[in-house]
Design a protein around this ligand. Structure first.
Ligand SMILES: *Cc1c(COP(=O)(O)O)cnc(C)c1O
Length: 383
């Protein structure tokens, strides 16, 4: 027998109480019972997004909400600034191009966060830019971006909005939408919402809704104006992902019970423990100076020639699923996740399997237990 453990940055682990809900009969979505679920979920999402605005739910993976942001907010030919810090930032550029926008891309070196001055410079060079589209946490590189400062800058520009992909950030670290003036905030079910894939959530500021009124891009299924109208009646425009929304009711309850402060604190501690372990093993983070609280990307040491063997051995030999690198980072990094339904001993398991794997693959610049020891030390010293 072999137990398996899911420590990838999406899908993430789903709590047992949510899995059990899947065994219940399906509710019809145009009923008072489901509307009361919708209303409770809406309250919970507003708490999580820290907003007074409506939070729309789309039946899609996270990319659907990214696409909906583009098609609902812009006009053909609009210039937008995209931040490409990796695979997901690059996706902003691709979606923008697919819909005939004119993206100006800020391409970052692997492991770098965008700086506020880079954004400022791009905005100065492109005063006609309608938006800055970026990630709060770039999952492919394990880098966290300065969301607050970027949004502050954009708030001063009357015709420009901030579009923040927080798919691995919301519910991990503080992103108060209203307080920071974030115009579009996006998340997806299979990350910190602790659900199976298939649901995307997003919210728009007043400024973003104004931009939406002027949009002329084609849209039908992902029409946010229709979704907003539906929400006023406790409904969605189309048949909702009923099972996922019922699961969301449960995970939002868990989030509320833990409280945002504690939730952020837990994630910080798990991220710290993971980074301390990695360093204790003599390994290097990909993130230069702004590692993400959601996921830790680690460079494969030179002693290991076949980098892809790290996640493969972890999964096939030890039953612990982690992520490798994507695209040009394939075989060069691996990624350990500490987001969602994760607690202290998930990290102990992940680092234990990592130590065994590194030894198996010929990297032995550490004493067994060095990484796990660093994890336990971090936990025991935490206040
Ligand atoms: C997972 C993820 C997405 C969305 O990917 P989907 O496969 O469409 O859910 C987008 N951005 C980031 C930063 C992500 O981590």
């Amino acid at each position: 027998m072999k137990k398996t453990y899911l420590l990838t940055p999406g899908p993430t682990q789903v709590p047992e109480s949510v899995l059990a809900l899947a065994a219940k009969p399906i509710l019809h979505h145009r009923t008072p019972q489901f509307m009361s679920v919708m209303n409770e979920v809406q309250e919970g999402l507003k708490y999580l997004f820290q907003t007074k605005q409506d939070v729309m739910m789309l039946s899609s993976s996270g990319t659907g909400a990214m696409e909906a942001s583009v098609t609902n907010l812009f006009r053909k030919g609009d210039k937008v600034i995209t931040v490409n810090g990796g695979k997901f930032g690059e996706r902003w550029t691709k979606i923008s191009k697919a819909y005939g926008l004119n993206p100006v891309e800020i391409k970052l070196e692997h492991g770098m966060a965008v700086t506020v001055s880079q954004i400022e410079e791009a905005l100065n060079k492109n005063p006609d830019a309608r938006a800055v589209l970026f990630q709060a946490s770039e999952t492919s590189s394990g880098v966290q971006m300065p969301v607050k400062e970027i949004c502050e800058l954009i708030q001063k520009k009357p015709d420009c909005i901030s579009v923040v992909d927080a798919i691995t950030a919301l519910g991990v670290f503080d992103l108060p939408m209203d307080a920071w003036g974030i115009d579009v905030l996006i998340t997806g079910s299979q990350k910190a919402l602790m659900l199976p894939p298939g649901l995307a959530c997003l919210s728009l500021s007043e400024k973003a809704w104004k931009a939406a009124e002027k949009s002329d891009l084609p849209k039908f299924y992902f029409d946010l104006t229709k979704e907003r109208k539906g929400l006023a009646k406790g409904q969605t425009a189309w048949t909702p992902a009923v099972g996922l929304i019922i699961g969301l009711q449960e995970t939002l309850k868990m989030i509320k019970t833990e409280g945002l402060e504690n939730l952020f604190k837990r994630h910080r501690l798990l991220a710290d423990a993971t980074r301390n372990a990695v360093r204790a093993l003599g390994l290097e983070l990909l993130a230069k100076d702004s590692p993400s609280t959601s996921v830790t990307a680690v460079k494969i040491p030179a002693e290991i020639k076949e980098g892809k063997a790290v996640p493969k051995t972890m999964r096939d030999k030890y039953g612990v699923s982690i992520a490798g690198g994507q695209d040009d980072l394939e075989g060069k990094i691996f990624r350990l996740t500490h987001l969602g339904y994760v607690d202290k001993f998930d990290i102990v398991i992940g680092i234990s399997a990592l130590e065994m794997t590194l030894r198996d693959l010929g990297y032995s610049k550490f004493e067994f237990g060095a990484g796990v020891g660093a994890v336990l030390k971090t936990f025991s010293e935490a206040k």
